[in-house]
Ligand binder design. Structure first.
Ligand code: MRU
Length: 367
């Protein structure tokens, strides 16, 4: 997508062969682009959320493997890199998907051939992500078009949670891709952006993206969604996913489950944008089987923002001594999901639906 008219991806290799990423910790106040060199750089960037969002975590890990192969293409280095990068964040399955994919391609090759093959596959993974998200957008566009046809002249109101926008992917975003496509098609859309405490990915990232693209939006506190749905102000919800199970349970940013409950109670369709590398066929019952990342309580007790003097600061919002729990994700059971918007089309959030649409990937994953 474009920043001030210039097309950007979230991760790319520059002309000198160095991987560059947007360091998302400073948005929306500063656009900082940083190089990643060593395996440790890549691990820190993922763990400390310079980059975040399931597809981008996977793409970054793929480039981390590629850069490490240029330094040391040995078997030991490949195995150690898989471990080092895999332990950075536990919930988004795209991380493991990308590491497995790199290992599948590289392990059979002689070490001397690995660096070139790894760079090629990492670049392909990025390009594939862009195309997957574009396809998700085109399928989602049709759903938005149907809703728009029922309310001529009025905007389609879409609620989204966290940032499942282009910053969470290589480009387009997952949940936002249908929105960008609808906007480009001339369909009036308006987005309710959940601020998404504790890290405020909605307030800081999704709002920045939509603002940059001139898409009408309103930032809301996380607790406002139910009220807006009760009053008929939300036509549909579209969220992303960090891991979707074989039966269609969806793990996404903490708070997604509450939005799904409110949507069901108010008859609002609840869609999940799902790229296929986010499916984990090894797990079925998301609530019991998906590891939920527990992050530092300081993310809850502190809030980051821009002060009047222009500096970016963290302020404490709770009493000294108050401790916090900070589960970063929750699971929305499949029965609350209206449909999974995938690159292959709209998939029912059921085991049979997943099997019918992605049986080939299931067999490839489970052997
Ligand atoms: O903790 P984050 O910011 O990495 O969490 C991101 C999300 O929960 C996104 O909704 C999810 O990764 C889908 S991104 C297309």
């Amino acid at each position: 997508m474009k920043i001030d008219g210039t097309p950007f991806r979230t991760i790319w290799r520059d002309a000198a062969g160095v991987v560059q990423v947007i360091d998302q910790r400073w948005l929306p106040h500063e656009l900082r682009i940083v190089p990643l060199h060593s395996r440790n750089d890549f691990a820190v960037a993922i763990r400390d959320m310079w980059v975040r969002g399931a597809p981008l975590i996977g793409a970054t890990a793929a480039w981390g493997v590629a850069m490490q192969m240029a330094d040391d293409p040995s078997d030991a280095s490949l195995a150690e890199t898989w471990d080092v990068l895999h332990e950075t964040r536990p919930t988004a399955i795209n991380l493991r998907w990308a590491l497995d994919e790199m290992r599948r391609v590289l392990a059979p090759l002689p070490p001397a051939e690995r660096a070139a093959a790894a760079a090629k596959r990492a670049a392909e993974i990025c390009d594939e992500d862009v195309e997957i998200n574009r396809q998700i957008g085109l399928h989602g566009l049709e759903i938005i078009r149907q809703i728009a046809a029922r309310k001529p002249g009025q905007p389609v109101n879409i609620l989204t949670h966290c940032n499942a926008g282009w910053l969470a992917t290589v480009d387009w975003g997952t949940a936002t891709s249908p929105i960008y496509h609808a906007h480009e098609a001339g369909i009036p859309v308006h987005v309710f952006v959940d601020e998404t405490r504790p890290r405020n990915q909605g307030a800081q990232l999704t709002a920045w993206e939509l603002n940059s693209h001139g898409i009408p939006h309103s930032l809301i506190v996380d607790n406002a969604g139910g009220h807006l749905m009760q009053h008929g102000e939300v036509d549909m919800v579209i969220v992303g996913t960090d891991r979707t199970t074989a039966r269609g349970d969806v793990c996404n940013k903490i708070g997604t489950y509450l939005k799904a409950l409110a949507a069901r109670a108010n008859g609002v369709p609840f869609y999940v944008a799902l790229p296929s590398p986010t499916i984990d066929f090894r797990v079925k019952d998301g609530v019991r089987e998906i590891p939920i990342e527990e992050r530092n309580g300081a993310e809850v007790t502190l809030v980051q923002g821009r002060a009047a003097d222009g500096t970016i600061q963290s302020v404490q919002i709770s009493p000294d001594g108050t401790t916090a729990r900070n589960p970063a994700f929750d699971v929305t059971p499949a029965e609350l999901v209206t449909g999974l918007l995938t690159e292959r089309g709209l998939c029912p959030a059921t085991e049979a639906g997943m099997e019918a649409m992605f049986g080939d990937l299931k067999r490839a994953m489970l052997g």
